[in-house]
Design a protein around this ligand. Structure first.
Ligand SMILES: Cc1cc2nc3c(=O)[nH]c(=O)nc-3n(C[C@H](O)[C@H](O)[C@H](O)COP(=O)(O)OP(=O)(O)OC[C@H]3O[C@@H](n4cnc5c(N)ncnc54)[C@H](O)[C@@H]3O)c2cc1C
Length: 610
């Protein structure tokens, strides 16, 4: 098809440069002055990833220099919010380093608001500090650009390459330029995946003309999971999908409203409703219902039940707070700094929150590892804190040798957010540099055959289209291919109906999940016949394939965990209670890269913090 092949050899390859990836590039240079560090990013690092539009708060800052919080406190907080299920070693390791990351952001020019009385950073909540964050991403991108030898923008990485001389060792990555179509082959001694989370695996609330609008970035296409899964890396907690309570239609964030503006919610009749569901929740989850702060999923549960019995919609009471001109300004600025779309939605729907209490809704589920959720790859922890079972030589290295991860890519590390993801990138990079130096004499072997086979697969959707379009019967319909949008909508429908999406009020059970897997098997067969009419559609095709692999993993995990651990995120109708006797454990999956067979196991949860 006339595309060039561009070869690059390096020591460390960073795949995806959002918060985790930019942190990795920066830190890799610090420890690896003499190493060759390369970044491959699907978009352009200046405005890529979940933080692209900017943020109004950094959600993870201890404030150790002012004795505000200690890392142990954050581990307790994350553990509580995730109903006991986190990797405490990874969480502690991130928390003890995150403050230094934030201080660096400030040195690099990020405006962090200060409390005029104390001179400390302005707190939005116990863990959050407020920033003027429109320039957040360009700023960390600059640090990465100054650190890496080369940044390749517009490269959609489709597969990891494997070293053929050592079993289970990564050898680089391969993908294509979404603008030129050129094939890019990166041979690397270590790879750090920071490719973000997964939206659009479940049918979104916003469909039709609003389809691109989701809470989680629509370009977060599950590559962070599919790349390691295809390479045989183990995953953890993939059932722990997140459902967010957000402002309706614009998915605008509620954190600053609750924490800073002190707004609150009520049902359609102006009543407080959370307490009504206390007894039911207590019966489902036992003492967890009394934990403080109330875990995110449990707050969702009360919301969902109140709406299900016909007392919705739920409103955010803004009318009181917005009478204060300062709070009114903060409320609007909060959106203008990170979710402009919500302000536009309100304007278009004649909602002035000073006079009308806006509606809230719960989102479709997303898969990610850095928010109030902890899905992702099963990785080694740090040497000094991790129990033996969690430690295999290099911090943040997955179960594939030389393959590291950060941010949403890694499992078990909830509540890292933007600053914690950048910190994880730094930690992964430090370990990756050590890995490269320890293996300085190893010779990687990535054969031409491996590359040629993948090249054929990568471009196949273009060929499918070229051949199949001769058979078009009407409009764009051909009996020989399906288009990425059709495959995506089918995937979303399967996940929605069979794996606990919005249509079924987040409910599933074993028969549904098993049927969902059968549907996914057939979908995978059909995805071999994806047709891409241009390079943009080729990108869509590979994003869809990544989403489909991650979805399969989500269903296997959901099926394996026979309890309802996180009511409000999803429910197992056949196991409606939390079951600490049998399931106070992390779930770990492995997909055999040859056979595609999945195996599931439990891993112990170690509470290393009292
Ligand atoms: C709506 C929203 C609001 C948030 N609000 C806050 C907040 O207020 N405060 C806060 O601290 N945190 C917030 N977060 C969380 C924060 O944004 C994430 O924790 C953080 O961005 C995760 O970092 P990451 O590196 O894992 O992913 P990202 O930052 O999303 O980066 C992933 C990168 O990988 C690239 N990529 C994806 N696939 C490929 C591929 N196949 N090949 C190459 N590149 C690829 C993407 O283009 C992107 O650049 C919010 C997140 C969302 C979605």
């Amino acid at each position: 098809m006339g595309f060039k092949t561009v070869h690059e050899e390096c020591d460390i390859l960073v795949v995806g440069a959002g918060m985790g990836g930019t942190g990795a590039a920066y830190e890799a240079r610090y420890w690896g002055r003499d190493l060759k560090i390369v970044v491959a990013e699907k978009a352009n690092i200046d405005r890529s990833g979940a933080v692209a539009q900017g943020l109004y708060a950094i959600n993870c800052y201890m404030g150790m220099r002012w004795d505000e919080n200690q890392p142990e406190d954050h581990v307790r907080y994350a553990r509580n919010d995730l109903m006991g299920m986190v990797r405490e070693d990874l969480a502690y390791d991130m928390a003890r380093h995150v403050d230094s990351t934030v201080h660096q952001f400030e040195e690099w020019g990020l405006p962090i608001m200060r409390d005029p009385e104390t001179g400390r950073y302005q707190r939005e909540g116990k863990w959050q500090i407020m920033i003027h964050g429109e320039s957040y991403k360009p700023l960390v991108a600059e640090a990465a650009r100054n650190s890496a030898d080369k940044i390749y923008n517009r490269i959609m990485v489709t597969h990891l390459l494997m070293d053929e001389s050592t079993p289970n060792r990564v050898g680089g990555a391969i993908g294509f330029n979404v603008r030129t179509g050129d094939l890019h082959v990166f041979k690397a001694k270590a790879v750090i995946v920071g490719a973000g989370g997964a939206s659009h695996i479940y049918k979104p609330r916003a469909v039709g003309e609003g389809m691109g609008r989701t809470w989680y970035a629509p370009w977060s296409s599950a590559s962070a999971y599919a790349l390691p899964i295809q390479a045989g890396a183990k995953m953890t907690q993939m059932e722990n999908r997140i459902v967010l309570c957000r402002f309706k239609d614009g998915y605008g964030p509620v954190g600053a409203y609750f924490l800073h503006l002190k707004t609150y919610t009520q049902n359609a009749y102006g009543e407080e409703y959370e307490s009504k569901w206390y007894d039911e929740l207590k019966e489902m989850v036992g003492p967890y219902v009394d934990h403080h702060p109330t875990p995110t999923c449990l707050r969702n549960h009360a919301f969902l039940r109140e709406v299900a019995v016909g007392r919705g919609p739920i409103h955010m009471v803004t009318k009181e707070a917005f009478q204060d001109p300062h709070k009114e300004t903060v409320g609007w600025e909060n959106f203008l700094g990170m979710t402009v779309g919500q302000a536009v939605v309100w304007a278009s729907q004649d909602i002035d929150p000073k006079y009308i209490n806006p509606e809230l809704t719960t989102s479709e589920p997303y898969v990610m590892g850095s928010h109030a959720t902890c899905s992702g790859a099963w990785a080694s922890g740090p040497e000094d804190v991790s129990p033996d079972e969690y430690y295999w030589g290099y911090n943040r290295m997955m179960t594939v040798e030389g393959l590291f991860g950060a941010g949403d890519a890694l499992g078990g590390t909830a509540h890292a957010f933007s600053s914690g993801s950048f910190t994880e990138g730094r930690l992964a990079a430090k370990a990756a540099v050590k890995y490269v130096k320890d293996h300085a004499n190893d010779k990687l072997s990535v054969s031409d055959k491996q590359v040629e086979d993948l090249k054929e697969r990568i471009y196949k959707p273009l060929e499918n289209y070229q051949v199949g379009r001769n058979e078009i019967v009407a409009g764009t319909v051909s009996p020989s291919y399906i288009l990425p949008i059709h495959g995506l909508q089918r995937l979303e429908k399967i996940m929605d109906e069979y794996a606990g999406g919005i249509t079924v009020n987040y409910m599933c059970n074993e028969p549904l999940l098993k049927r969902g897997l059968e549907h996914l098997r057939i979908l995978h067969e059909d995805l071999e016949h994806l047709g891409a009419e241009d390079l943009h559609q080729l990108q869509r095709a590979w994003e869809l394939k990544h989403r489909a692999i991650a979805s399969e993993c989500v269903i296997h995990h959901t099926l394996f965990r026979e309890e309802t651990r996180w009511p409000g995120y999803y429910y197992r109708g056949d196991h409606p209670h939390l079951d600490d006797d049998n399931w106070h454990a992390l779930t770990v999956s492995h997909r055999d890269p040859e056979s595609g067979e999945w195996t599931m196991e439990k891993a112990a949860v170690y509470h290393i913090v009292e």
